[in-house]
Design a protein around this ligand. Structure first.
Ligand code: SAM
Length: 292
């Protein structure tokens, strides 16, 4: 990160003496550090040193909405703690909610071809599945559609979707998606079967929506109150955390998994060098992790 000293200009607001000038994005080094610490404290997300552009694109809209014209001003207001909700808006803006239906496909093939047959062979009284960083719901609803298609013969299924962001969970509960979102990953036959048109959007039908409950949950909280699960999808979220946080989350997931239960991680995530209590099983082009 380059650090330059900029003198106050004769016109416009005073410029801090020490600013980081990366791609013309100005925020004092002290404020950058402050945001790194706040974001880590509130979400566990590690903001690297070179994310000035990300900060600018995500946080300037938050600043402008609150009538501020710079990230430094936003930090001053955050420090003063005089604007209720501002800190939450900052975290909401910085979480990456990228998701799609049947993301990467292979984990869902593993669910259909490996995990469901193995779990159902034990004749369980019910199946509990957790989408642990659910974002706008596509992952949890993909699981619901797959289960419907699979037809698991009267065995009740509970699907829980959780996320840190209350705002994104509102979207998940609403289950209304724009054309672009249903074009990503969702087979055309499922769109016709499980969605209905609502103006320009597509609304998931009520029976599918009823299969999934959503609630806010920070993965760093104690998971004990969530109950036990047979399958945990914790995909594309560990990448944002440091090693210590990843280890704690994996340890907790292990404790809420039933014996023989499965964990699925994102394509760039692994338990290797983090946790040795999961059995790694290659299924097709993916790996699933089983609690012994
Ligand atoms: C990239 S999305 C992944 C969505 C989905 N699992 C997938 O793979 O498509 C990451 C999600 O993790 C959530 N998240 C970030 N930090 C979290 C935390 N500490 N606890 C729970 N969820 C968190 C974000 O709000 C975001 O919706």
């Amino acid at each position: 990160m380059s650090v330059t000293s900029v003198k106050s200009s004769a016109v416009g607001p005073p410029v801090p003496q020490s600013v980081s000038a990366v791609k013309n994005i100005a925020i004092s080094s002290e404020n950058y550090k402050y945001l790194q610490q706040e974001i880590y404290r509130e979400s566990g997300i590690v903001l690297d040193e070179d994310k000035h552009y990300l900060l600018e694109s995500r946080l300037m809209p938050v600043a402008r909405a609150a009538q501020m014209s710079s990230l430094d001003e936003l930090c001053t207001r955050l420090r003063a703690k005089t604007s209720p909700g501002l800190a939450r808006s900052v975290i909401e803006a910085l979480t990456t909610n990228e998701t799609l239906f049947f993301r990467d496909m292979a984990p869902f093939e593993a669910l259909r071809l490996h995990m469901l047959p193995e779990l159902l062979a034990k004749k369980p009284q019910k199946l509990a599945i957790w989408s642990a960083a659910a974002s706008s719901g596509q992952e949890a609803y993909s699981i619901a559609m797959l289960i419907k298609e699979y037809g698991i013969g009267g065995c009740p299924v509970d699907i829980l979707g959780t996320d840190l962001s209350e705002q994104i969970l509102e979207r998940a509960r609403e289950a209304k998606y724009v054309q672009f979102e249903v074009n990503r990953g969702l087979p055309a036959a499922y769109l016709v079967k499980y969605f209905k048109r609502e103006g320009l959007d597509w609304q998931l039908k009520a029976d599918l929506r009823a299969m999934v409950k959503f609630k806010r949950f920070d993965l760093r909280q104690s998971m004990l109150g969530l109950g036990k699960f047979d399958i945990v999808f914790c995909r594309n979220v560990l990448i944002y955390f440091d090693v210590d946080t990843k280890v704690k989350i994996l340890t907790q997931i292990l404790s809420v998994l039933n014996p023989g239960g499965f964990l699925l991680l994102g394509g760039a995530e692994t338990t290797l060098n983090l946790h040795d209590k999961f059995e790694r099983i290659a299924v097709g082009s993916t790996v699933v992790y089983r609690k012994g």
